[in-house]
Design a protein around this ligand. Structure first.
Ligand SMILES: *Cc1c(COP(=O)(O)O)cnc(C)c1O
Length: 377
């Protein structure tokens, strides 16, 4: 960690106070394990806040993606369509299963999967005799993807959809929480997400039998026998009851945290939109973003890495946009479809400090330094 006192973080945990009540209760009652009342409590809360039918609390968002792929029957040699503009955790679980990611480019409006590139990818894979086994759709930085067009294509070709809503808890599309549109959806409660359990995640689905199967696989796939018998390969992916306690306290605050993150976005936009060539991400009609991170595209001639370092000198943490998966050495051999929009985004973009607990003074400091760096010729 690059920690110096007074540091302005990109996205820090923001506790509300009730978390410790749930955690203390877990410690007092000796529920310091992967069972205990906070787990069904937290899962219930997730369903309440997202309108999901079933929620399974898990040890991470990555684990949730791995389970989701496994539940759809993805096997070694299969192909999985995946957004290229994302964090590596979206794509790694495809490799865990010995399957192959097929990366699909973004579109300019949402920075998420382009329906045109998706269509191109599906047609090209079918042409070489490969029917994609699943589609992993990411809602990046909290912005909902073009769900209508993408679900329509997926339906047409009979490809089941997993929504990676790790960054998009509280974001809505047509009034509904993202993650609830696909066969399965996932959230992350990592420390830098909009709410946290320190580390953790959840799988959501409307399908009761998939939910039951997820619980089974997440707990080492123990057969219903009086002894430890196993017919399938399972995982140790359960969340702890202590972590779930943090989650129960956190999720009470979700709507407030979304409001606060959106206020951070509005603050930056109001203070910086006059800078020529600086671009903010728009919210398409019908979409509501949790604004997990405020991201900007810099004016021509400005290098994101130069700005990042200059701000680092001021003890301000920023981050470049995700480097697209099809440009990663790890995935160099994997198919990719699109026009390289995400390479342009990567070369021009910066994520600004966006935590819900940033003070007005801290935001003013970020704006002051950004203006100094961007307004000089
Ligand atoms: C954080 C994140 C994940 C993984 O979640 P973890 O809980 O950290 O495993 C997956 N996808 C995206 C897009 C993320 O940002």
């Amino acid at each position: 960690m690059n920690y110096r006192p007074g540091r302005i973080f990109l996205s820090a945990p923001h506790l509300g106070g009730h978390e410790k009540n749930y955690v203390l209760k877990a410690l007092e009652d000796n529920w310091v394990t992967t069972t205990g009342p906070n787990l069904p409590g937290f899962e219930h809360d997730i369903c309440q806040h997202t309108n999901a039918r079933h929620a399974i609390a898990l040890s991470s968002g990555t684990a949730a993606i791995h389970l989701a792929l496994r539940l759809l029957g993805v096997q070694a040699g299969d192909e999985v369509l995946c957004s290229t503009f994302t964090f590596v955790a979206s794509a790694n679980p495809i490799l865990y299963l010995g399957a192959r990611p097929v990366f699909v480019e973004s579109e300019p409006g949402t920075w998420n999967m382009s329906p045109e590139a998706l269509h191109e990818a599906i047609a090209a894979r079918l042409k070489v005799g490969k029917r994609p086994a699943a589609l992993l759709l990411v809602h990046l930085y909290g912005m909902p993807a073009r769900l209508k067009e993408i679900l329509q294509l997926a339906d047409e070709y009979g490809i089941p959809v997993i929504e990676d809503a790790a960054e998009a808890l509280g974001s809505r599309y047509g009034g509904h929480q993202v993650g609830t549109f696909g066969r399965l959806g996932i959230f992350s409660f990592n420390g830098n997400k909009i709410i946290t359990t320190s580390a953790g995640g959840a799988l959501i689905t409307a399908d009761e039998s998939l939910a039951a199967q997820a619980r089974f696989l997440a707990a080492q796939a123990k057969d219903p026998a009086p002894f430890y018998q196993h017919s399938q390969m399972g995982y140790n992916y359960q969340l702890s009851n202590v972590s779930a306690g943090i989650g129960r306290g956190q999720i009470e605050l979700l709507e407030k945290r979304v409001k606060q993150r959106r206020e951070v976005f509005t603050f930056y936009r109001n203070r910086l939109q006059h800078i020529e060539g600086l671009e903010f991400m728009q919210e398409p009609k019908g979409s509501f973003s949790n604004r997990w991170l405020t991201t900007v595209l810099l004016p021509e001639g400005k290098q994101p890495e130069d700005l990042r370092q200059a701000l680092e000198d001021e003890n301000i943490e920023t981050r470049l946009l995700w480097k697209p998966m099809h440009l990663q050495p790890l995935f160099a051999q994997q198919p990719y479809y699109g026009n390289n929009l995400s390479s342009m985004l990567f070369s021009r973009g910066l994520c600004l400090p966006s935590g819900s607990n940033l003070t007005e003074e801290e935001l003013e400091k970020v704006v002051k330094h950004l203006r100094l760096l961007l307004e000089q010729a």
